[in-house]
Design a protein. Structure first.
Length: 189
């Protein structure tokens, strides 16, 4: 379903567009630059209207079964969880460090959004099929109107990205490009 409207109080949630994740090998670097630019454009528009921007970063593993979480000897660089420069946190941004797939799991995101009166979330980031999709599912379960900025997300697995965009997201909310979201946002002034 395409974007029908922007609520009076939407929030942008950007998942894992952080220095440590983006420094990892693999993926489409040109496509990733476009994703970062689209997310930065969304963040600038939300900030200029005084709307919440949540920058969510992953750091560490989910508690529990550790044999499936990656190398036990992984030690992140000090700036691993820092957002990319294009998304440098601003005063008033919601900053969240998470250990689960969803931005909502074990974090204060839902409480922060509720305090701000948010009814709709726009999601962007990486990986489409993991952090973004998990966050979209949780947002849907929390009762938010979910919007997925399809050109502001990517995945190292093109098939997983396609599946999320075409099969999962239309069941969780509305999909739109950054341009479509910015256009609707502009009209709500």
């Amino acid at each position: 379903m395409t974007l029908s409207t922007v609520d009076a109080k939407p929030a942008l949630i950007v998942v894992d567009l952080q220095k440590g994740i983006l420094a990892m090998p693999g993926g489409d670097t040109d496509g990733l630059k476009q994703v970062i630019q689209h997310a930065a454009d969304l963040a600038a528009a939300f900030r200029s209207r005084g709307l919440p921007v949540a920058l969510v970063s992953i750091l560490g593993d989910t508690p529990g079964r550790t044999e499936v979480n990656g190398p036990a000897d992984f030690i992140p660089q000090p700036d691993f969880a820092d957002p990319v420069d294009e998304l440098a946190p601003q005063l008033g941004d919601i900053r969240v460090i998470r250990q689960r797939w969803s931005a909502f799991g074990g974090t204060t995101v839902h409480d922060d959004l509720q305090k701000a009166g948010v009814t709709q979330v726009v999601l962007a980031g990486v990986a489409t099929s993991i952090g973004v999709e998990s966050s979209a599912r949780a947002a849907h379960e929390h009762g938010y109107h979910v919007v997925l900025a399809t050109d502001a997300m990517t995945d190292m697995n093109p098939d997983a990205h396609h599946n999320s965009i075409h099969n999962i997201f239309p069941r969780l909310g509305e999909t739109a490009t950054t341009t479509q979201i910015l256009d609707k946002l502009q009209r709500t002034r």
